[in-house]
Design a protein around this ligand. Sequence first.
Ligand code: PLP
Length: 393
Amino acid sequence: MVPNIINFKMIAKRVKEIPFSGIRKFFELVQKSEGIVSLGVGEPNFPTPEALKNDAIQAIRSDHSCYTSNYGMPQLRERIAKKLKDVNGVDRNPEDEILITVGVSEALDLAIRAILDPGDEVIIPDPSYVSYKPNVWFAYGEPVAVPTTEENEFRVQVEDIEKKITEKTKAIIIPSPNNPTGSIMRKKDLEDVADMVMEHDLLAISDEIYEELIYDGEKHYSIGSFNGMEDRTITLNGFSKAYAFTGWRLGYAAGNSEIIEAMMKIHQYTIMCAPTVSQYAALNAFEQEEPVREMVKEYDVRRKLLVKGLNDLPGISCIMPKGAFYTFPNIKETGMGSEDFAERLLTDGKVAVVPGNTFGEAGEGHVRCAYCVSREAISEALERMDRFMRSLK
Ligand code: PLP
C-alpha cells in the first residue's frame, strides 16, 4: 500500500482555517440516522420541466459536446439579456455584459474574486446563504455581518448597513428572496440601499436566485434596474431553483462589461465554460411559465401548511416568509440553542432541520425548515415535531 504522505501541515492555512459548512456537518449526522423525515434540503423535489429535458436530449443527439465560448453560448446570452430587460428592467449587452456560469455558486465566487483586493470588506446580511462568507475569505477579503431581526421580517435595514461601512468596504451582497429566512427586500428597502451604495461608492452583488418563488402578490425588484445602479450592480441569477435544475449547474452574472470581463478571466482559466448540454437545456427555460407557475402554486400551499403547523406547536413561533422555500421558526422558548435543538429533534424526533446559526450568528434561536418536500412529508414532520415538543415539557 502507498503510504499516505499528506498530513494536515500540507493544507494551506487559509483553507484549514475556514470551517466546513454547518449544513454539511449536520447532514453527515442525518446520513448516519435511519427513518428521518427531512425538512433540511434546499432543492426542489420536482422533476426538471419536460421541454428542458427534451432540449438537452436533442443537444446530446446532435453531438453538441464541445466547449462553448467562455462567456457562454451567444443565443443563451441573448435570451438572458432579453429576460433581464423585459422582466427585471436590467439592460445589459449580451456580447460582453453577461457571463454564463456553473450555477450562481460560481458566479458569486467570480464576482467576489474579481472585485476584492486583500483586506477589502464585503457587507453580508446575517443570517444568509452559507457560501457568502467563505467566498469572501477565499478571496482574502473580510466579510462584515449585518444582523437582521425577526421584528423586521429579516429585511436588512439601511441604518444597520451604514454603521458597518468603513474605508475598506467594497461591496454589499443583497440576497432577495433570502435563504434561510425567505425574506424579501421591498422596493423602498432597495432604493435606500441603492442610495447608500452610490453615496459610499460601493458595488452591489444582487443574488436573485429565488426571484420566481415569491408569494402573497409581492413583487421582485432588481436593484440593478435602479437609476445610477446599472454599473454598480452585479446581478446573479440561475436556473437551479425555479426550473428544478440544481444538478444541471447553470447560472449567470450580468453587469458592467469591465467587471464581467474580469470575472470571465477567472472563469476562463478555471472552468472554461459552463456545461454545454445544460446551456442547450436552458435555451427555452424562460418560456416555461406554466410548469413554474404550477411549482410556485404548490410551494405556496406547502408554505401555508408548514407555517400554520409550526405555529400550532407548543414553544415554536414562525413568521410567514414571503419568498424562496424556507421557513425560519423561532425556538427560543425551548431554552435550547439552535444546534442543540436540531440535534435532539433529529435523534429523538426523527426530523431533520438546519440549525439557524449555520447561516450566521443572528440565526441563533431559529432553525431552517424547507418546504420543497411533499405535503405528506411536511405533515409527517409536523406530527413528529408535535410529539417531540410535548416531550420537552
Ligand atoms: N444563492 C443562494 C441564496 C442559494 O440558496 C443557493 C443555493 O442554495 C445558491 C446561491 C447557489 O445556487 P446554484 O449554484 O445551484 O445556482
